[in-house]
Unconditional design. Structure first.
Length: 163
């Protein structure tokens, strides 16, 4: 052998993206799965994003508005609840356009992103340091939550779906 430990490759199972190469779960640890939802709102070529307040593992990261789906809660209901809790606004829910997954603190999440329309610009920002409208080219310079990077990639490579 060339000194490479093949068994280690199989033990390094799941990563959350926060520290490259640091596993968050190994092959013998059970993985919990949770659903998360994001609402992607487009206006004048820019997308609504929030910058998390400092502190915690996501402090200072930009993300699309959304959050965890509670048990027995439909994804669309959860997303409407998240917009109400985080921005104090109602939304019209559009179609599901993206599905992905990510790891955070040893938990596996499935992520569903929906197109959405905010019904008011009178935001009451509670979970974020600030919210802003951001173009896809500007997103490359943001420190983005790893969970939302897949949405960014989708928007970058599928602009025709948003015209």
């Amino acid at each position: 052998m060339d000194g490479h430990d093949e068994t280690r490759d199989f033990e390094r199972a799941i990563y959350d993206g926060s520290e490259p190469g640091i596993p968050t779960a190994t092959a013998d640890e059970p993985v919990q799965e949770t659903m998360s939802v994001s609402g992607v709102v487009l206006r004048d070529g820019r997308y609504l994003m929030g910058k998390r307040k400092p502190g915690g593992t996501l402090g200072g990261c930009w993300e699309f508005i959304g959050g965890k789906v509670n048990r027995s809660e439909a994804p669309g209901v959860a997303l409407k609840r998240e917009f109400q809790e985080e921005l104090g606004v109602e939304i019209d829910l559009g179609p599901l356009f993206y599905r992905g997954s990510f790891q955070h603190n040893g938990t596996h999440f499935t992520l569903q992103a929906y197109k959405a329309v905010v019904l008011s610009d009178d935001f009451t920002v509670s979970e974020h340091e600030k919210v802003d409208w951001v173009s896809v080219p500007e997103m490359v310079d943001l420190t983005m939550a790893s969970s939302d990077y897949g949405i960014y990639e989708y928007l970058k490579y599928h602009p025709e779906e948003w015209s």
